[in-house]
Design a protein around this ligand. Structure first.
Ligand SMILES: Nc1ncnc2c1ncn2[C@@H]1O[C@H](COP(=O)(O)OP(=O)(O)OP(=O)(O)O)[C@@H](O)[C@H]1O
Length: 263
């Protein structure tokens, strides 16, 4: 940490606004949003389409600078692209000519990691995400869920303390998505990584998170922050059947209904 200050938050978004300027108009995507994410926390972000969720992740990764306010990642103000994070997008974006394992190892090559250490870590992640036996398969030989697992392994290879996920399971069928939720939850518990997840699925947002941030329609402001009071070990079916789960998801649905103005 350059400032010598001990970071109490993994991510601190402080009074951030984002305005996009074009020749035709100015769009305010985010309006005075503040959010603190503790180390090791799993935070889901939900909100109406186009409200500014991806913009929020871009701010944290340093791909975008706020118009006002500040973003701090691991104790350092974000002033440009940060390479000490992991990022998983909706599309796995794998290199078609490289095997699953070599796609994962791409991360190490780009970072100049020791190949022995990277290989050890890749094998550990392959095992953790159930990809064993498919290390040498090419992307077109993998299912959509498997491709996303490879993308997850690639994002975790350098053991980032913060993982950003932008609708990572949006292109998967419902059943595969549930399986990926269970796996992601387990991987998160095993790695202790701080996760910020943008999702359109209310069930996913609640099943995975310690907290759910509900944003309003654009310009996004924080409508409500919901603490998820569920056991940290979460069997999927048992969690879905819990009355607290039903109550929280119903509450979020209501908030989003109000947020989109269709109420
Ligand atoms: N580079 C940009 N230039 C101009 N406007 C932008 C830019 N990036 C995003 N926007 C606008 O900012 C708003 C928020 O976009 P963003 O992608 O963050 O929304 P989102 O909540 O992630 O959407 P979705 O849920 O549909 O993926 C939208 O109105 C979008 O058109």
């Amino acid at each position: 940490m350059s400032s010598g200050v001990i970071a109490t938050s993994a991510v601190a978004i402080d009074d951030v606004s984002v305005r996009f300027q074009s020749k035709r108009a100015e769009t305010t995507a985010i309006e005075r949003v503040s959010l603190d994410v503790a180390p090791g926390e799993f935070v889901s972000i939900v909100g109406p389409s186009g409200c500014g969720k991806s913009t929020l992740l871009k701010l944290v990764s340093g791909l975008l600078q706020p118009s006002s306010g500040s973003v701090t990642l691991l104790g350092e103000q974000v002033r440009g692209p940060r390479h000490d994070i992991g990022f998983v997008f909706q599309r796995a974006a794998l290199l078609e000519w490289r095997s699953a394992r070599r796609n994962i190892l791409l991360q190490a090559e780009m970072r100049g990691m020791s190949s022995v250490e990277a290989g050890r870590r890749a094998d550990e992640l392959i095992e953790m995400t159930g990809l064993s036996g498919f290390e040498n398969a090419l992307p077109h030989e993998l299912s959509g869920g498997m491709q996303q697992r490879v993308a997850l392994c690639r994002a975790l290879l350098h053991e980032p303390r913060v993982l950003l996920m932008d609708e990572p399971f949006g292109a998967l069928d419902a059943l595969t998505r549930e399986q990926m939720n269970v796996e992601l939850h387990r991987v998160w518990r095993e790695t202790g990584t701080t996760v910020l997840l943008v999702t359109h699925s209310i069930a996913e947002s609640v099943y995975l998170a310690n907290r759910v941030i509900v944003l309003t329609r654009r310009p996004a402001v924080v409508k409500e922050v919901i603490d998820v009071d569920l056991p940290s070990e979460r069997d999927y079916s048992a969690t879905m059947a819990r009355p607290e789960f039903a109550a929280v998801t119903a509450h979020i649905r209501e908030l989003l209904g109000a947020a989109t103005g269709h109420d």
